[in-house]
Every structure is written in C-alpha cells, then in structure tokens.
Design a protein around this ligand. Structure first.
Ligand code: F6R
Length: 634
C-alpha cells in the first residue's frame, strides 16, 4: 500500500511512506535488501549494511531470516551496527551484540568476521581511538550501502541524543533520561540502565548511500512528525536526515498520526468529508480559534483552511449543530446501554439488558487505567462483567516484592504451627533462587509463578475496589508471555485458542479491548492482535452479530474528541474510586514506562480522564469532573 509522493506531502521534507502495519513495511524493505545483496553479488562485490537494534527492526530481521531460508545468502554481506551500551558484556541479555546474534546473525550464513557491533567493554582511555577505527573500518570496505534506523522518543538516531551535531562521528555518549526510562523495563528498573553508550555519529549515518528509518506505534507519532516537518535542529537529531539525498521514512498508520496530512488533512489538500473527518475538523477549529463549537462562524472556517468543508456542508451554523449533537450523543452514563429507553442516539443498545461484558486487559492494571470508572458503572447497572487478564504480568514485579511474599508464606506457616509444608518448601526454593540470581538473568519458572501470584492478588484487590466479585476474573496467563521477555515475545496459535475458548464460553454482548495503536512488539499490541484474530474467527458464531467491540486506552494514550464513540463521565467520587483501584497495583508504582514522566501512574490516569472532560468543556459541552473514552471497533 505504497502512496506516491504528491502535493499531499508538501509539509514533509523527507519522503515518507505509510503502511497499514509494520509487517507490510518490513516485507517490502526486506525485498529491497535482498535485491541489493543479489545485485552486489552479481557484480562480485560485498553489500555493506548498517544495522539497528531495539523493537523496531525485529520484524525486518525475521523477514530476512525467512528470505535466507528461501535461499538468500549473506556470505558476501558486511554489517556495522549503530551502537552498544557502554559497560555491557557482549553476553549480557540487553547487550546489542547479543541482540544481533539472537535476532539475526545466528540464523543466517553471515561470517562472524563480517559483523561489527561496537565493543561496550573497551577501556575509557582507548575509546576515542577505538571509535576512530570503527569509522575507518566502514570507510575501508567502501562505506555503507544502506543504513537501517529506528528513532527514539527523544528524536535520537543511533544513540545520538539531542545536542548531537550534524557532523558527529562514532563516539562515547551520555544517554538521555527519557531514553533510559524507555529502556527501564528491559533492564528491570531504570537504575540498571547504562548511562553511556558508543554510537555511530549523525555524520557517520549521513555518509551512508541510502538511509531508511522505520517507526511503529503511536508513541513515535509526535517525534516522527517533527523530524519530517520541522526545520532541522540539533535538539532533534533525526531531523538532520532531511539533508540526505537518499533517505526514506517507513511508518505504520499509528506512527503517522501526527503528520499534517493525517492530523489536519484539510491543510494539505482535498478531504473526503465523511462524518469522522467533519468532527475532526470542527473540534480542531474550535480549539484553534478558542471558541466553543456553537459560536463558530463562517469566517472561522474559511480563514482556517476549511472553506471546502463550508462549501460542501455549510453554513457554519449547520456544521456546528451537526458536530455538537454528534459529540453530545457520545456521552452516556450507561456504558452497557440504558434499559427501557430510546437508544436511537445512544452509543450502546438498550437491549439486551443485562449484557455480558468481557473486558480484556493485556497486563493487570491496563483495565483499571483505561476503564476503571466504566467497569464500576457496568457492575452497578447489573451487567454480567468478566475481566480477563491476558498475561500474568510477572516480568514487571521487582525481586523485592517476591522476597516479601516468601516471607509472608513462611510467617503464615509459623502461625499455623506447620513449617514443613509444600508451601514453605516452595518459599524456601524461591528464596534460594533469588539469592543466587545473577543481575539481569531470567527468573526461574518458580520465581515467575510467585510474581504472577502477586499480580493476581493486586488485580483481585483492584477489581474488588470496582465492585467486581473475584470469581468473575479470569487469569489467562497466555503462553507467549510466559515463554518470553519484553520486545522479544512470539505469540503462537496457542495464545489465540485460549482467547477463543473464553469468547465461546462467555458469548459476550460487549468486548472491551486495547492496544490497537501501540508499539507492535508491546504486550498491549500483541494482546490486541491475539484477541482480534480470535474475534475474527468467531465471526460466524451467532453471538458475534450481537456483540459491540469497544476500544479503550491506557493512561499514556490521549484521546482526541473526534475519535470517541462513547464517552462515560465520572463523578469526583467515581474518579477517586478508580484511583484507589489503581493504587492496589502496588508493585507497579514505579514499573510502567509512564511512571517517572511526571508522577506515578495513577496520577497520569487521573490527569488523562480529567483532560478529556476539559476538552468537552472547551467545546461548549457539559462540564464533568472526568471522562473515560471509547471507540467502536468495526
Ligand atoms: C538501536 C538504536 C536506537 C533505536 C531507538 C528506537 O540500535 O540505535 O536509536 O532505534 O531507540 O528503539 P525501539 O526500536 O526499541 O523503539
């Protein structure tokens, strides 16, 4: 689904191609790499590739491995990686050297001597010379034919953080605080993330004959748009790519969200004025000119680039009323539908009542963050609610909490006067394993079990806070999570069949799900895909035709008002109750990537819900304390 470059991209200073998802983009890029390798082979030359690590290129590497299995040879390929954490052994689970072996090199026929990843252990005094030699090695083989890049939320490419100059070369650098926080999950805590790294410079990257940057997921949308559309500045190193003669950005739908052609398409060209786009334009206009919807006049529309809309659907008065009513109709205190009432303009059907609602939470706590208030409402209004936790979430529990839990088991045994039980043996075993655990090594199955139990306890307490009886909770412990680690999960059909079985047992009238716009390697995005594909297979089941699918979002994902199909207002008490529920997830207070970006996660959730209410207020709709938003998924 390649869009040709046209006047639509006039704001964009780097050729940018939108793909429906990361897989589609990676298939095309892998083919391009195959063609490069084959063309170079035919000329009797080596292909020189610059490679990246992280979540972004994993799909590309899987595709290259697939092509290798189909016959593509990497015998004449030489690779140079962008960067490596400084101070990490090459076998450290988070070292980029190990990443490359596990994700690519061990699965293709590239000679080891042809692969280069900066050495994170080179001594401080030798670093300068080492980096110069790295540059020289690239020069010696004739320079990079193609450099693959991801982009960090700071705008870094490689580890060239804000402040890096356009001419910078391979060197030792400090990592930005945001970059370290983004890596905190992988390193099991921000304190374990190295402070330094060796990275190719911006200048090194710009010397490559071709550069392709990939970005997936909504979390990258803002930085991608700035890099492509804003003037190049050293506070956003990726923007220096604008000067490169052969560069391309590949983005999935969600990472393209902040590009002008997507966010404000009327500023770029002609628009298909469907109801969603009309709402998008009018709510944007209201914010832009600082007036409530019903006070917008024709001049506001024409002066802000919406003359076409005015001509097709105006005058302003008509448009204002249309969008005001549409937005008003999304508001409901009855997320399961209001029984015995006219539901023509309500987001949910009145019947059947009560409904069976099934809430999928990728990890424990996503549910509370996204819809803690709505969950409470659904239960209060008599619906049969089930919360299903897709994964155990055990990877996000600090060791200290596991130790506390073992002590509790042992104390309880002592109180019971029986210290030689299966439980105490289990607790002692876990204590031994934790004591002998090396930094960053994987948890044993027993430790993971215990950590999973801790999260179950927290999830139960949180659900109770929202009024959900604990027998209505399902812990699915999907296998992909139990077998994997962050960024490297590989779901299989087994995951889908667990979800499919639950769907068939519950036969829900409503399904709540999240993660559709998330980074494709995140638990949220993988969870979404698994549920979606189980739902797709259920399409023929009679219950499916009477089931509404509702998308919700975690605290770090902002809703725009035009995206909402159902907006559930929360009273101050309901908001406070939701926060208490989130608070039950005690092990998570400092664990989520969001924590640290301005407070604990419950504060972010509270602020996000209040923010939606403020947006409604500013549009001239009713003023509420807080609102949880939902979009109907077709
Ligand atoms: C990795 C690298 C970094 C990453 C960037 C995005 O070698 O140089 O610039 O590309 O941090 O990371 P992910 O892909 O994990 O979102």
């Amino acid at each position: 689904m390649q869009n040709s470059i046209s006047e639509k991209e006039q704001f964009e200073k780097i050729p940018t191609i939108l793909y429906p998802d990361a897989d589609a983009a990676c298939t095309i890029l892998a083919t391009e790499i195959r063609e490069l390798i084959e063309a170079r082979d035919a000329e009797g030359k080596k292909s020189i590739l610059g490679l990246a690590t992280g979540s972004t290129p994993t799909r590309l590497y899987r595709e290259l491995i697939r092509l290798h299995r189909e016959g593509l040879s990497f015998a004449n390929v030489i690779t140079f990686n962008l960067d490596e954490y400084y101070g990490l052994e090459p076998d450290h689970p988070e070292s980029y050297s190990r990443f490359m072996r596990e994700q690519l090199f061990d699965h293709i026929n590239i000679p080891k001597a042809n692969t280069h990843v900066p050495d994170g252990l080179v001594g401080r005094h030798e670093v300068f010379e080492y980096c110069q030699k790295y540059e020289q090695k690239i020069e010696d083989v004739g320079g990079l034919d193609l450099q693959i890049l991801g982009i960090g939320r700071t705008g870094h490419i490689g580890f060239n953080e804000p402040g890096s100059s356009r001419d910078s070369l391979t060197r030792l650098v400090n990592l930005d605080a945001l970059t370290r926080r983004d890596a905190a999950r992988d390193f099991l805590g921000v304190e374990n993330v190295p402070r330094y790294a060796i990275t190719m410079g911006v200048g090194t990257i710009l010397k490559a004959r071709k550069v392709v940057l990939m970005a997936w997921g909504e979390g990258k949308a803002e930085v991608v748009a700035s890099a492509i559309q804003e003037p190049p500045v050293d506070s956003l190193p990726a923007s220096f790519l604008q000067g490169h003669p052969n560069v391309r950005f590949l983005v999935d739908n969600s990472a393209s969200n902040a590009l002008t052609r997507v966010r404000h398409p009327w500023l770029v060209g002609s628009v298909n004025w469907n109801p969603r786009n009309i709402r998008k334009a009018v709510t944007w206009l209201s914010g832009k000119v600082g007036k409530p919807i019903l006070k917008l006049v024709d001049e506001d529309y024409s002066e802000q680039g919406l003359a076409e809309l005015l001509t097709e659907h105006g005058p302003a008065y008509e448009l204002n009323i249309l969008v005001f009513n549409d937005t008003q109709h999304t508001l409901t205190g009855w997320p399961g539908g209001k029984p015995h009432s006219d539901d023509t303009h309500r987001p949910e059907r009145a019947n059947p009542h009560p409904k069976r609602a099934l809430i999928f939470s990728p990890e424990p706590q996503d549910d509370l963050l996204g819809l803690g208030g709505t969950l409470h409402r659904l239960i209060d209004q008599g619906h049969e609610v089930t919360v299903a936790y897709l994964t155990s979430g055990n990877l996000a529990v600090p060791d200290a909490d596991a130790i506390k839990a073992t002590e509790l088991i042992l104390d309880a045994a002592e109180v019971a006067g029986d210290t030689e039980t299966g439980e105490t043996r289990f607790a002692h075993k876990v204590q031994d394993q934790l004591r002998n655990k090396e930094q960053f090594s994987l948890d044993t199955p027993e430790i993971r079990r215990l950590k999973g139990m801790i999260r179950r306890g927290e999830a139960r307490a949180a659900c109770l806070q929202c009024g959900l009886p604990i027998e209505r909770i399902r812990f699915l412990d999907l296998p992909f999570y139990e077998k994997g680690r962050y960024r490297q999960f590989m779901p299989t059909d087994d995951d889908e069949s667990v979800v499919a079985t639950l769907l068939n047992v519950i036969q829900p009238h409503q399904v709540y799900l999240t993660g559709n716009l998330a980074d494709p390697s995140s638990v949220q995005a993988l969870g979404f895909k698994i549920v979606e594909s189980a739902l797709n297979k259920a399409k023929a089941s009679p219950w499916f035709s009477d089931c509404f699918l509702w998308l919700y979002r975690s605290a770090d994902r902002e809703w725009n008002i035009h995206e909402l199909d159902m907006s559930v207002p929360l009273s101050p008490d309901e908001l406070a109750n939701k926060v208490k529920g989130i608070y039950q997830h005690q092990t998570q207070r400092n664990q989520t990537p969001m924590a640290g970006q301005g407070g604990e996660v419950w504060k972010l959730a509270e602020a996000a819900d209040r923010e939606i209410a403020c947006k409604f207020d500013a549009l001239g709709l009713a003023e509420y304390e807080a609102i949880e938003g939902f979009q109907r998924h077709q």
